[in-house]
Design a protein around this ligand. Structure first.
Ligand code: NAD
Length: 490
C-alpha cells in the first residue's frame, strides 16, 4: 500500500481526512510511488483559515524582508537540486535533463521575485493641481490559490508562488494529483526556509479541492494552468465568485518552415520541441507547416530524426524521451493516431506500442509523424499532448500564417527561415502570444510574461515577471491636498 501524502497547513504537515486517494504512478515502470489524498472543502477551508490568520502580519512585513525568505528558498532549491529533479523524473517520466531544466526555470522565478522592492514600486505626480499630488501604490490582493497541471511539477507552481508571496499575499498550492511528490519536496524546503506559519499552504486533491478553492470567499486570486476545458471552467467559476483569475489552457503549436531555412538545424530543434518531455509541453510543436520546396526535405529528414530518438526510462543515461504520464494518456494518444489514419493521414513514423526492454509496464509512446491529414479533420484541431507531429505542407507564407491564425489555440507559433523580412512579417501577423524565430520552444524567461492567447488563455495578466506582480497586487490611488499656506505655520 503506497504511502498517503500529507498536506502542509498552518506550518504543519497534516494527515488528510479524505476517504479517497489516487495512486501516484511511476510512468516508466507502472509502480505506485505514493498516494494522493483527494481532499475537499474542509481541508481547503483549513488552509484558507490559516492563510487568513497569517495575512495581516505577512502583508505588513516589508517587501525586502519578505524577499529574504525567497533568497533562503533559492539556496535550498540549489542545495537539493538533484534530489528534486530525480523526484520529478520518477513521478512525471521526463528525462533527468528535462527535470533539471524545469527546476532551473523554477529557481529563476524565485530570483526575479526577489526584486520585489523595486518591482512593487508605484508612481506619482506632483502638482496635478495647485498643492495637490497623486500617487499610485500597490497592495497585495489577499489570499491566492495556485492550481497546477501534471507536466511541470516544479516549474509551473513557481510561475506564480514567488510573486504572490513577495507581493505580500498568503497562498494555497494545489499540485496535480498525478505528480504531487515534487511539491512535497519543495514544501519541505519552504518549511526549512522558515516562512511564518500559514503564509504558504499545500492541499492535495483534484476536482473537489479545485471547486472548494473556487467557491471559498476568502480566496481572492486564482492562478490555474491545465487543459482548455478546465481552464475555461475555472475562469468562469472563479470570476463569477468575484475573484481575479488567470487561467492558462491547452495548445496545438504550429511551426512554419520556409524553403530558405537551414533544414538540418530546423529538424534538430523541431524534434526537440515535438518529442521533448514526450510531447507533453504546452509549447511542444505539434504541427509542422513546410512551405513550398521545404516540404519534401523537411518530411524526410524529420521522419529519420523521429525514428532515431532514444526512448526509455528518464533515469537512464542516453535516453532522449521518457514515457507519457499514464496508461490512460497512452491509450488516448494511440487512439488519436488511429483516428488520424482513419481520417486520411499517412503515418510516416508509427510510435504506437514501442517495446522498451525492461520497462514493459511503462506508458510509452514512440515518436510519431503524420502527414496528409485533411483540412478540417477532428484530430487536426485536437491537442494530442503526446510525441506526435503532423506535417501540413502549404504553398506560401500567407497560407501558413492563415493556418496559424485560423486555429482556436494561440499559445505559440514558430518560424524557421534565414529571411529577416519573413521573420518580421510573421512576428507581426501571427495571432499567438509566444513567438519563436528559429526557436522551437519559445518559453519566456522569468522576467517576461508567459503570453498565451485565444483558447490557450483566459484572463488578462499572465504568469511570471511584471505580470505576476500586477496580478498579485491591487492598485490604490491617493490624491492628497496640502495647501501651501498651511506650511507657513512652521
Ligand atoms: P488538467 O486540466 O486535467 O488538470 C489541471 C488541474 O485541474 C489539476 O490540478 C486537476 O486536479 C484540475 N482538474 C482537472 N479536471 C478538473 C475538473 N473537471 N474540475 C476542476 N478541476 C479539475 O490538465 P493536465 O492534464 O494536468 O495538464 C495538461 C494540460 O495542461 C494540457 O492541456 C497542456 O497544454 C496544459 N498546459 C498549459 C500550459 C500553458 O502555459 N498554457 C502549461 C502547461 C500545461
Amino acid at each position: 500500500m503506497a504511502v498517503k501524502l500529507t498536506n502542509f497547513i498552518n506550518g504543519h504537515w497534516q494527515e488528510s481526512a479524505a476517504s479517497e486517494a489516487l495512486d501516484v504512478i511511476n510512468p516508466a515502470t507502472g509502480e505506485a510511488l505514493a498516494a494522493t489524498p483527494l481532499c475537499g472543502a474542509s481541508e481547503v477551508a483549513a488552509a484558507a483559515d490559516a492563510a487568513t490568520q497569517a495575512y495581516p502580519a505577512w502583508r505588513r512585513t516589508p517587501p525586502n524582508d519578505r524577499a529574504q525568505f525567497l533568497y533562503k528558498l533559492k539556496a535550498l532549491l540549489e542545495r537539493d537540486f538533484d534530489d528534486i529533479a530525480r523526484t520529478t523524473t520518477l513521478e512525471c517520466g521526463k528525462t533527468l535533463a528535462e527535470s533539471r531544466g524545469e527546476l532551473q526555470r523554477a529557481i529563476e522565478n524565485v530570483e526575479v521575485a526577489c526584486g520585489v522592492p523595486i518591482l512593487l514600486q508605484g508612481y506619482n505626480s506632483e502638482d496635478i493641481a495647485p498643492g495637490i499630488d497623486e500617487l499610485m501604490i500597490r497592495q497585495p490582493v489577499g489570499i491566492a490559490a495556485i492550481i497546477c497541471p501534471f507536466n511541470f511539477p516544479a516549474m509551473i507552481p513557481m510561475w506564480f508562488l514567488p510573486y504572490a508571496l513577495a507581493c505580500g499575499n498568503t497562498c494555497i498550492v494545489k499540485p496535480s494529483e498525478k505528480v504531487p511528490m515534487t511539491m512535497q519536496a519543495l514544501f519541505r524546503l519552504i518549511e526549512e526556509a522558515g516562512f511564518p506559519k500559514g503564509v504558504v499552504n499545500l492541499v492535495n486533491g483534484s476536482r473537489d479541492a479545485v471547486d472548494a478553492i473556487l467557491d471559498h470567499p476568502a480566496i481572492r486570486a486564482v492562478s490555474f494552468v491545465g487543459s482548455t476545458p478546465v481552464a475555461r471552467y475555472v475562469y468562469s467559476r472563479a470570476t463569477a465568485n468575484g475573484k481575479r483569475a488567470q487561467c492558462q489552457g491547452g495548445a496545438k503549436n504550429p511551426i512554419i518552415v520556409l524553403p530558405d531555412a537551414d533544414i538540418e538545424m530546423t529538424v534538430r530543434i523541431v524534434a526537440d520541441s515535438s518529442f521533448g518531455c514526450a510531447g507533453q509541453r504546452c509549447l511542444a510543436s505539434s504541427v509542422a507547416i513546410p512551405v513550398g520546396d521545404a516540404a519534401q526535405e523537411f518530411s524526410a529528414v524529420f521522419a529519420e530524426a523521429a525514428r532515431s530518438r532514444v526512448v526509455g526510462s528518464g533515469l537512464d543515461e542516453g535516453v532522449e524521451m521518457g514515457p507519457v504520464i499514464s496508461h490512460d494518456s497512452k491509450a488516448r494518444i494511440e487512439s488519436l493516431i488511429a483516428k488520424a489514419a482513419a481520417e486520411g493521414a499517412e503515418i510516416l513514423v508509427d510510435g504506437r506500442s514501442p517495446r522498451i526492454s525492461g520497462y514493459e509496464a511503462g506508458s510509452f509512446v514512440g515518436p510519431t509523424v503524420l502527414s496528409g491529414l485533411p483540412a478540417g479533420s477532428e484530430v487536426g484541431a485536437t491537442e494530442i499532448f503526446g510525441p506526435v507531429l503532423t506535417i501540413h505542407p502549404v504553398e506560401t507564407i500567407d497560407d501558413a500564417i492563415g493556418y496559424v491564425n485560423r486555429a482556436a489555440y494561440g499559445n505559440m507559433a514558430c518560424l524557421f527561415t534565414s529571411s529577416g523580412a519573413a521573420a518580421r512579417k510573421f512576428r507581426y501577423e501571427a495571432e499567438v502570444g509566444n513567438v519563436g524565430i528559429n526557436v522551437g520552444v519559445a518559453a519566456p524567461m522569468a522576467y517576461f510574461p508567459f503570453s498565451g492567447w485565444k483558447d490557450s488563455f483566459f484572463g488578462d495578466l499572465h504568469a511570471q515577471g511584471r505580470h505576476g506582480i500586477e496580478f498579485y497586487t491591487q492598485t490604490k490611488v491617493v490624491v492628497e491636498r496640502w495647501p501651501d499656506h498651511w506650511s507657513r505655520k512652521f
